[in-house]
Design a protein around this ligand. Structure first.
Ligand code: CP
Length: 308
């Protein structure tokens, strides 16, 4: 029986192509499970998991929780906004108190890049990074790559353009690592102010013209403008951003070739993606969400095998 090379999932950077393939093969089985009338298996019956969210989430949090329920795990949910973090408790004290209640695995979202890596040095439980600031969002990248594999048969050799606010995006970095490990060609596209300088060192193509990026790619992964992380103005206005970088259905139809449109959500409709594009046959946005449950089931199932 194959196992993951790591006991935590902190980032895609830390895992191997073999790990990703194992997660995908395991997710294939769980995708069958969640499409059955009885969607539950007893795989994690004796495992207790805490979902520790210091930042807002809809998809990731619900997807992890459903995945845990489908695997029959015991779960507790922690939300920083209603917790004793508000009274000054540290991250480590908070997590150690949760672990004292005999919790085996922590799924954590935190605004600080590196927060799950810090925890991994201090606690014994398995950790899954559900997004750490602008750093990584590994399960999002796994479900994105899995969705490409499902739609196009494989990821190897495919051209994927990641379009939008790359600078503030943890999804972009994890996607670049995952896609490159699986043999895809990756382009990033956006206004120069939203493309970080280090990106050129990651072996990706850089494009400032969204029409050229769309012509080049098989898959356009469109990212949200993360206004909540922008302390200064990176472009004159949302209206101008939408004019130069917004993608609509007419642009997609005019390409006269197949193109798959993805978005990790939440979508700013009418900014990076028009409603007619988001809801078109080009888009696989809700398939991504469905696949997220199977991918997260696979990740937690495989990590639970590596409990101390
Ligand atoms: N894609 C994603 O991480 O969405 P949420 O912020 O809603 O979890």
């Amino acid at each position: 029986m194959s196992q993951l090379s790591q006991r935590h999932l902190l980032g895609i950077k830390d895992i191997t192509k073999k790990d990703i393939e194992l997660i995908f093969e395991t997710a294939d089985n769980f995708k069958d499970v969640i499409n059955r009338p009885i969607k539950k298996v007893p795989s994690l019956r004796d495992v207790t998991i805490a979902n520790v969210f210091f930042e807002n989430s809809t998809r990731t949090r619900l997807s992890f929780e459903l995945a845990q329920k489908r695997l029959s795990a015991d779960i507790v949910n922690f939300s920083a906004s209603t917790s004793s973090v508000k009274k000054g408790e540290t991250l480590l004290d908070t997590v150690n108190n949760i672990l004292a209640m005999k919790v085996d695995m922590i799924v954590m979202r935190h605004a600080s890049p590196g927060a799950p890596h810090y925890l991994a040095k201090h606690i014994k439980a398995n950790i899954v990074n559900a997004g750490d600031g602008t750093h990584e969002h590994p399960t999002q990248a796994l479900l994105d790559a899995y969705s490409i594999r499902e739609k196009l048969g494989s990821v190897e050799g495919k051209k994927v353009a990641i379009i939008g606010d790359i600078l503030h995006s943890r999804v972009a970095l994890s996607n670049i690592f995952a896609l490159q490990k699986l043999g895809a060609k990756v382009m990033v596209c956006g206004p120069p102010t939203l493309l970080p300088k280090y990106i050129a060192n990651l072996g990706v193509q850089i494009e400032y013209d969204v029409e050229k990026a769309l012509q080049w790619c098989d898959v356009a992964n469109v990212l949200r403008i993360q206004l909540e992380r922008q302390q200064i103005k990176y472009f004159p206005s949302l209206r101008e951003y939408s004019l130069y970088y917004g993608i609509n259905k007419k642009m997609l139809d005019n390409l006269k070739k197949p193109i798959v449109v993805m978005h990790p959500g939440p979508i700013n409709r009418g900014v990076e993606l028009s409603s007619d594009a988001a809801d078109s046959d080009h888009a696989i946005i809700l398939e991504q969400v469905e696949n997220g449950v199977a991918i997260r089931m696979a990740v937690m199932y495989l990590l639970a095998e590596k409990v101390n």
